[in-house]
Design a protein. Structure first.
Length: 203
Protein backbone atom coordinates (compact mmCIF):
# COMPACT_ATOMS: atom_id res chain seq x y z
CA UNK A 1 0.00 0.00 0.00
CA UNK A 2 1.43 3.36 -1.05
CA UNK A 3 1.16 6.50 1.08
CA UNK A 4 0.54 8.54 -2.10
CA UNK A 5 -3.24 8.87 -2.40
CA UNK A 6 -2.87 10.24 -5.93
CA UNK A 7 -2.60 6.58 -6.97
CA UNK A 8 -6.15 5.86 -5.74
CA UNK A 9 -8.84 5.35 -8.35
CA UNK A 10 -12.44 6.51 -7.94
CA UNK A 11 -14.45 3.93 -6.02
CA UNK A 12 -11.40 2.03 -4.73
CA UNK A 13 -12.54 2.24 -1.12
CA UNK A 14 -15.82 0.47 -1.95
CA UNK A 15 -14.28 -2.50 -3.76
CA UNK A 16 -13.66 -4.57 -0.58
CA UNK A 17 -17.42 -4.52 0.02
CA UNK A 18 -17.91 -6.38 -3.26
CA UNK A 19 -15.61 -9.29 -2.44
CA UNK A 20 -17.69 -12.42 -2.22
CA UNK A 21 -20.75 -10.63 -3.63
CA UNK A 22 -23.26 -12.72 -5.65
CA UNK A 23 -22.51 -13.33 -9.31
CA UNK A 24 -24.70 -11.80 -12.02
CA UNK A 25 -26.66 -15.05 -12.36
CA UNK A 26 -27.15 -15.31 -8.60
CA UNK A 27 -28.35 -11.71 -8.48
CA UNK A 28 -30.96 -12.46 -11.15
CA UNK A 29 -32.18 -15.44 -9.16
CA UNK A 30 -32.35 -13.33 -6.00
CA UNK A 31 -34.47 -10.74 -7.81
CA UNK A 32 -36.74 -13.49 -9.11
CA UNK A 33 -37.26 -14.74 -5.56
CA UNK A 34 -37.50 -11.16 -4.25
CA UNK A 35 -34.49 -11.54 -2.02
CA UNK A 36 -32.49 -8.46 -1.05
CA UNK A 37 -28.99 -7.98 -2.44
CA UNK A 38 -26.98 -5.43 -0.48
CA UNK A 39 -24.18 -5.54 -3.04
CA UNK A 40 -26.32 -3.56 -5.51
CA UNK A 41 -25.86 -0.37 -3.50
CA UNK A 42 -22.08 -0.89 -3.42
CA UNK A 43 -21.99 -1.45 -7.19
CA UNK A 44 -23.96 1.73 -7.77
CA UNK A 45 -21.61 3.57 -5.42
CA UNK A 46 -18.55 2.44 -7.39
CA UNK A 47 -20.23 3.33 -10.70
CA UNK A 48 -21.18 6.80 -9.46
CA UNK A 49 -17.73 7.57 -8.10
CA UNK A 50 -16.08 6.44 -11.34
CA UNK A 51 -18.36 8.59 -13.49
CA UNK A 52 -17.77 11.65 -11.31
CA UNK A 53 -14.07 10.86 -10.92
CA UNK A 54 -13.51 10.74 -14.68
CA UNK A 55 -15.02 14.21 -15.02
CA UNK A 56 -12.97 15.56 -12.13
CA UNK A 57 -9.80 14.19 -13.72
CA UNK A 58 -10.50 16.28 -16.83
CA UNK A 59 -10.03 19.41 -14.70
CA UNK A 60 -6.31 18.65 -14.34
CA UNK A 61 -5.58 20.59 -17.52
CA UNK A 62 -7.13 23.64 -15.83
CA UNK A 63 -4.81 23.55 -12.83
CA UNK A 64 -6.98 21.42 -10.54
CA UNK A 65 -5.82 18.40 -8.53
CA UNK A 66 -8.45 15.73 -7.79
CA UNK A 67 -7.93 12.98 -5.21
CA UNK A 68 -10.19 9.96 -4.90
CA UNK A 69 -11.16 7.45 -2.21
CA UNK A 70 -9.36 9.11 0.70
CA UNK A 71 -9.43 6.60 3.59
CA UNK A 72 -10.18 7.82 7.11
CA UNK A 73 -9.24 6.01 10.35
CA UNK A 74 -12.90 5.44 11.25
CA UNK A 75 -13.32 3.16 8.24
CA UNK A 76 -15.17 5.87 6.32
CA UNK A 77 -13.74 7.69 3.34
CA UNK A 78 -13.96 10.90 1.34
CA UNK A 79 -15.20 10.14 -2.18
CA UNK A 80 -13.28 12.98 -3.85
CA UNK A 81 -11.23 16.02 -2.86
CA UNK A 82 -10.68 18.76 -5.44
CA UNK A 83 -7.91 21.33 -4.98
CA UNK A 84 -7.38 24.20 -7.38
CA UNK A 85 -7.65 27.92 -8.19
CA UNK A 86 -11.19 28.12 -6.80
CA UNK A 87 -10.31 26.55 -3.45
CA UNK A 88 -10.73 23.11 -1.90
CA UNK A 89 -13.89 21.04 -2.28
CA UNK A 90 -14.99 17.80 -0.64
CA UNK A 91 -17.31 15.90 -2.98
CA UNK A 92 -19.80 13.28 -1.84
CA UNK A 93 -21.12 11.29 -4.82
CA UNK A 94 -24.54 9.61 -5.04
CA UNK A 95 -25.72 7.54 -8.01
CA UNK A 96 -29.48 7.70 -8.69
CA UNK A 97 -30.19 6.94 -12.32
CA UNK A 98 -33.22 8.81 -13.73
CA UNK A 99 -34.37 9.70 -10.21
CA UNK A 100 -36.15 12.78 -8.89
CA UNK A 101 -34.06 14.18 -6.05
CA UNK A 102 -35.15 16.72 -3.45
CA UNK A 103 -32.45 18.27 -1.26
CA UNK A 104 -33.42 20.02 1.98
CA UNK A 105 -31.42 21.66 4.76
CA UNK A 106 -30.53 18.34 6.38
CA UNK A 107 -32.01 15.49 4.34
CA UNK A 108 -32.35 14.20 0.80
CA UNK A 109 -35.39 12.41 -0.63
CA UNK A 110 -35.21 10.27 -3.75
CA UNK A 111 -38.41 9.73 -5.74
CA UNK A 112 -40.38 10.94 -2.73
CA UNK A 113 -39.04 8.24 -0.42
CA UNK A 114 -37.65 8.46 3.08
CA UNK A 115 -35.05 11.05 4.01
CA UNK A 116 -31.31 10.30 3.77
CA UNK A 117 -28.67 12.21 5.81
CA UNK A 118 -26.50 13.06 2.80
CA UNK A 119 -26.48 16.82 3.48
CA UNK A 120 -25.47 16.35 7.11
CA UNK A 121 -22.79 13.84 6.09
CA UNK A 122 -21.39 16.25 3.48
CA UNK A 123 -21.16 19.03 6.04
CA UNK A 124 -19.34 16.72 8.43
CA UNK A 125 -16.88 15.56 5.76
CA UNK A 126 -16.13 19.13 4.71
CA UNK A 127 -15.52 20.25 8.30
CA UNK A 128 -13.37 17.21 9.00
CA UNK A 129 -11.26 17.74 5.88
CA UNK A 130 -10.86 21.43 6.71
CA UNK A 131 -9.65 20.64 10.23
CA UNK A 132 -7.17 18.02 9.00
CA UNK A 133 -5.71 20.18 6.23
CA UNK A 134 -5.57 23.31 8.40
CA UNK A 135 -3.61 21.44 11.06
CA UNK A 136 -1.27 19.80 8.55
CA UNK A 137 -0.68 22.89 6.40
CA UNK A 138 -0.22 25.34 9.26
CA UNK A 139 -2.70 27.88 7.84
CA UNK A 140 -6.51 27.94 7.47
CA UNK A 141 -7.78 25.72 4.66
CA UNK A 142 -11.49 26.11 4.00
CA UNK A 143 -13.08 23.02 2.46
CA UNK A 144 -16.48 23.47 0.83
CA UNK A 145 -18.83 20.45 0.87
CA UNK A 146 -20.42 19.38 -2.42
CA UNK A 147 -23.12 16.80 -3.10
CA UNK A 148 -22.88 15.33 -6.61
CA UNK A 149 -25.87 13.40 -7.97
CA UNK A 150 -24.87 11.16 -10.86
CA UNK A 151 -27.41 10.45 -13.64
CA UNK A 152 -30.33 11.98 -11.73
CA UNK A 153 -33.22 13.16 -13.89
CA UNK A 154 -34.16 16.17 -11.77
CA UNK A 155 -32.81 17.90 -8.66
CA UNK A 156 -34.77 20.37 -6.53
CA UNK A 157 -32.82 22.21 -3.82
CA UNK A 158 -34.35 24.10 -0.89
CA UNK A 159 -33.58 27.82 -1.17
CA UNK A 160 -32.49 27.88 2.47
CA UNK A 161 -29.61 25.47 1.82
CA UNK A 162 -26.57 27.67 1.47
CA UNK A 163 -23.59 25.85 2.93
CA UNK A 164 -23.60 22.69 0.77
CA UNK A 165 -23.28 22.98 -2.99
CA UNK A 166 -25.54 20.55 -4.91
CA UNK A 167 -24.82 19.67 -8.54
CA UNK A 168 -25.41 17.04 -11.20
CA UNK A 169 -22.36 15.18 -12.46
CA UNK A 170 -22.49 17.03 -15.78
CA UNK A 171 -21.96 20.29 -13.87
CA UNK A 172 -18.56 19.21 -12.55
CA UNK A 173 -16.94 20.99 -15.50
CA UNK A 174 -18.15 24.33 -14.04
CA UNK A 175 -15.32 24.19 -11.48
CA UNK A 176 -12.91 25.21 -14.23
CA UNK A 177 -14.37 28.71 -14.11
CA UNK A 178 -13.74 29.15 -10.38
CA UNK A 179 -10.57 31.12 -9.68
CA UNK A 180 -9.06 33.65 -7.32
CA UNK A 181 -9.00 31.68 -4.05
CA UNK A 182 -5.65 29.85 -4.03
CA UNK A 183 -2.39 30.93 -5.62
CA UNK A 184 -0.43 28.33 -7.63
CA UNK A 185 2.10 27.77 -4.83
CA UNK A 186 -0.74 27.31 -2.31
CA UNK A 187 -2.47 24.80 -4.59
CA UNK A 188 0.68 22.71 -4.87
CA UNK A 189 1.36 22.84 -1.14
CA UNK A 190 -2.16 21.83 -0.09
CA UNK A 191 -2.18 19.09 -2.72
CA UNK A 192 1.16 17.71 -1.50
CA UNK A 193 -0.20 17.57 2.04
CA UNK A 194 -3.59 16.12 1.05
CA UNK A 195 -2.19 13.33 -1.12
CA UNK A 196 -0.12 11.93 1.78
CA UNK A 197 -2.05 9.14 3.51
CA UNK A 198 -0.32 9.98 6.80
CA UNK A 199 -2.05 13.39 6.85
CA UNK A 200 -5.40 11.68 7.43
CA UNK A 201 -4.32 9.11 10.02
CA UNK A 202 -5.19 11.35 12.97
CA UNK A 203 -8.37 12.76 11.46
Amino acid sequence: MTDDLAANRPGDSLLPQLKGAPTWLNRQMMRLWRQSDDSDSWRKGVAGERIAGAKLDRLKRRGWHPLHSIPLPSGADIDHLLIGPGGVFCLNTKYFRNARVWVGDSAVKVNGGRGHPYVRNSRHEGSRASAVLTRACGFPVKVAPVLVFVSAANIAVAQSLGDVKVIKDREISSFRRQVGVLRPEEIEFVYAVARDRRTWLSS
